[in-house]
Design a binder for this molecule. Structure first.
Ligand code: SAH
Length: 277
């Protein structure tokens, strides 16, 4: 017999474009009694929730610290113990640099039933929307997902990028913008060619997506000049050079993209959809 009738769902909210959310995620948001979310999940998704759903923001607010991980876990456990259906919405995929593993473990220990719903992780989304094939028979036979920070709350740098140089594959670096010169330096020191192509994709899949392209030897200057910053995906590898042949997303009209972005919420807002009819 379970002690609680509540359940926690750790749900991947995808990279931003609401069209990339799974049907399961949408279904769970609609039935949630409590929704726990932070900045990386597209806030529009909250509009799918019931009007009596309790929405709890646990992200960073200007001038205030983000809610501690322990506290987030207490919130999940506390509401589930009261018998509620709790959805913890996470950007991308919950098990890719999302601390979903820690939350699942805590729920397991507390004896709370839970379910994990995968989401499209930022690396896959950034690559697709910037026209970069992450594998290719001629260029790349492996993909590495790497974090620029071991722990986003800790500023010190612990990942040894030299291990990833010349590994025959594509590198996808999350949370790396604050460490870009160091990452580039490590790769070069380990013998990666200075001419290796690099892409930086900011706000991937949203109408405000911006990407810049360069080489290991030029990318720091390009980023500084363009003013590209977080959240962004850094993609390193020979395959990046082919992006021009398959670039598609940023060729579209930004206004059209912005309108497309809100199409899943039209019914609730009664705006664009009504006007079309
Ligand atoms: N769980 C998330 C990753 C969280 S770590 C996932 O699976 O995608 C946060 C980092 O993800 C950011 O610093 C950035 O590097 C990357 N990221 C998240 N959303 C992004 C987006 N829309 N465009 C580019 N990078 C993104």
């Amino acid at each position: 017999m379970t002690k609680h009738s509540g359940k926690v769902y750790l749900v991947g909210a995808g990279p931003g474009d609401p069209g990339l959310v799974t049907l399961r995620a949408k279904e769970l948001i609609e039935l949630a009694e409590v929704l726990v979310y932070d900045n990386l999940a597209n806030q529009h998704l909250l509009e799918w929730a019931n009007s009596d759903c309790e929405k709890i923001y646990v992200g960073k607010e200007p001038g205030r610290h983000a809610v501690e991980q322990d506290e987030i876990e207490n919130i999940l456990v506390g509401h589930a113990e009261k018998g509620r259906q709790v959805v913890r919405l996470k950007g991308g995929d919950p098990f890719v640099f999302g601390r979903g593993g820690e939350e699942a473990r805590r729920l397991e220990v507390a004896g709370i039933p839970f379910e994990i719903v995968p989401g499209i992780t930022a690396a896959l989304a950034a690559a697709a929307y910037a026209g970069i094939s992450l594998t290719h028979r001629d260029y790349s036979s492996a993909i590495s997902f790497i974090t620029g920070h071991e722990n986003p709350e800790k500023k010190e740098f612990r990942v040894d990028f030299e291990r990833f140089a010349n590994n025959g594959g594509t590198l996808c670096i999350y949370m790396g913008m604050g460490q870009l010169p160091r990452i580039v330096g490590d790769l070069l020191t380990a013998g990666q060619s200075p001419g290796t192509p690099v892409a930086i994709v900011q706000w991937a899949t949203l109408s405000k997506q911006r990407s810049v392209f360069g080489k290991l030897e030029t990318i720091n200057d390009i980023v500084t000049e363009a003013g590209v910053s977080s959240p962004a995906m850094i993609i390193v590898g020979d395959i990046v050079a082919l992006h021009k042949q398959v670039s598609w997303f940023e060729k579209q009209d930004p206004q059209t993209l912005a309108e497309a972005e809100s199409r899943f919420f039209d019914a609730e807002k009664g705006t664009a959809k009504d006007q079309q009819e």
